[in-house]
Design a binder for this molecule. Structure first.
Ligand SMILES: *Cc1c(COP(=O)(O)O)cnc(C)c1O
Length: 372
């Protein structure tokens, strides 16, 4: 079976984890600090490690005091966690459709949506998602956030190594959120991080991820009620080892994306993702024409021992959101199309080019059999 994605765990990683397990120190300590330093060197901004990408998003909104009565603008085409954390803060998620080429929030539609927002909730923040590692146009997004006085949060869960004008995703807004889930480009099992520049905000996140407890003059104080969103030492050491290899992996992903493009361009009924500068290719998702059945293609590819999948979801089509906010299926048509016609192809460093040849020739062969 050619897998959709595969974490790379070498003996170095296994030995490093072993070492931590034998040490007996398991919770947020020196390895977490060291992992944070390495991440800081890599993306160029202060970083705090947390227990997942969702924890990163939640602690970001909590630190910015997003609450009931606030409206938060975000793309409809995303993993539900992006919207769920807004809901968990009792704020109102406001969905915005995405761009057909990059799969990212459309800045024009974002501005229109803010401009035309009727309330009663008050616009407070924007969450952009660098979907599958494609950079959002952060020049435009930052202008919009500034113009309307909104906090800017980047969901960079899939976007380690992604850059916009040479600057790393996650470092443009108030807070950037990363995930180290096995499906992402480096993994710690579960894990995540926030990038944050402002000192007060960083301090708040440090408290919030650790119950709100801090040590001052040898005494433990509870400053505010917090979560337990700490990363463990054995996760951090895994992250450190993964990060050392990441530049090579990134190059390999870019190489494979170029190879897919070469093979699949001019394939009938298949639209390829746009090659934006700074793309980190966490996922390679093509879009099937409306006359092709996504599920049939996934099934036929499985018959050929190739794992493919949908790319991401449309939040407005999910039961909870659809019911609560009375969304119709026809809202956010591009997001809907990407979720219903998107096909993620195998993509991980070390994927063999002969495997890609097989994936591409199989796709070309079966596609005409999968007409709706
Ligand atoms: C994976 C992902 C998340 C959630 O990250 P976890 O570490 O699984 O909690 C959030 N947003 C996006 C866009 C993701 O792809």
């Amino acid at each position: 079976m050619i897998r959709l994605s595969k974490p790379i765990i070498s003996e170095d990683e296994i030995n490093a984890v072993n070492h931590v397990l034998r040490s007996g120190v398991f919770v947020q300590n020196e390895h977490v600090q060291r992992f944070e330093q390495l991440l800081k060197q890599f993306i160029g901004s202060d970083v705090l490690a947390v227990s997942s990408g969702t924890a990163a998003l939640h602690v970001a909104l909590s630190a910015l005091k997003i609450k009931k009565g606030d409206a938060v603008f975000l793309p409809s085409f995303t993993f539900p966690a992006t919207a769920n954390v807004v809901e968990l803060q009792h704020a109102r998620p406001v969905l915005v459709d995405v761009d057909e080429d990059t799969y990212n929030i459309d800045p024009k539609k974002l501005e229109k949506s803010i401009e035309e927002w009727q309330g009663p909730e008050i616009p407070k923040a924007i969450i952009v998602v660098h979907q599958f590692g494609a950079p959002c146009n952060m020049t435009k997004i930052r202008e919009i956030a500034k113009k309307y006085g909104l906090f800017l949060i980047e969901d960079a869960a899939c976007a380690l190594g992604t850059t916009w004008n040479g600057q790393h995703a996650g470092t443009f807004g108030d807070i950037g959120c990363f995930s180290w889930h096995p499906r992402k480009s480096i993994t710690t099992g579960e894990g995540g991080a926030v990038a944050v520049k402002d000192n007060m905000l960083r301090k708040r996140i440090e408290l919030l991820r650790n119950h709100g407890l801090e040590k001052s003059e040898g005494k433990v104080q509870l400053t505010l009620p917090g979560f337990n969103y700490r990363l463990t030492e054995f996760q951090a050491v895994l992250g450190k080892e993964q990060l050392k290899k990441f530049n090579g992996w990134l190059e390999s992903r870019r190489d494979l994306a170029g190879y897919y493009k070469k093979y699949l361009k001019d394939t009938a009924d298949v639209q390829l993702p746009k090659e934006v500068t700074g793309h980190a290719w966490q996922t390679y998702m093509v879009v099937l024409n409306e006359n092709i059945s996504q599920q049939a293609v996934i099934g036929e590819m499985r018959q050929k021992q190739i794992e493919t999948n949908i790319g991401s979801l449309s939040v407005h089509l999910l039961d909870y959101y659809k019911t609560k906010y009375k969304y119709q299926d026809s809202f956010f048509p591009i997001s809907r199309k990407l979720s219903e016609q998107g096909l993620a192809l195998p993509m991980y460093p070390g994927l063999d080019k002969t495997d890609i040849d097989y994936v591409c020739s199989s796709l070309k062969e079966i596609i005409s059999k999968c007409k709706k």
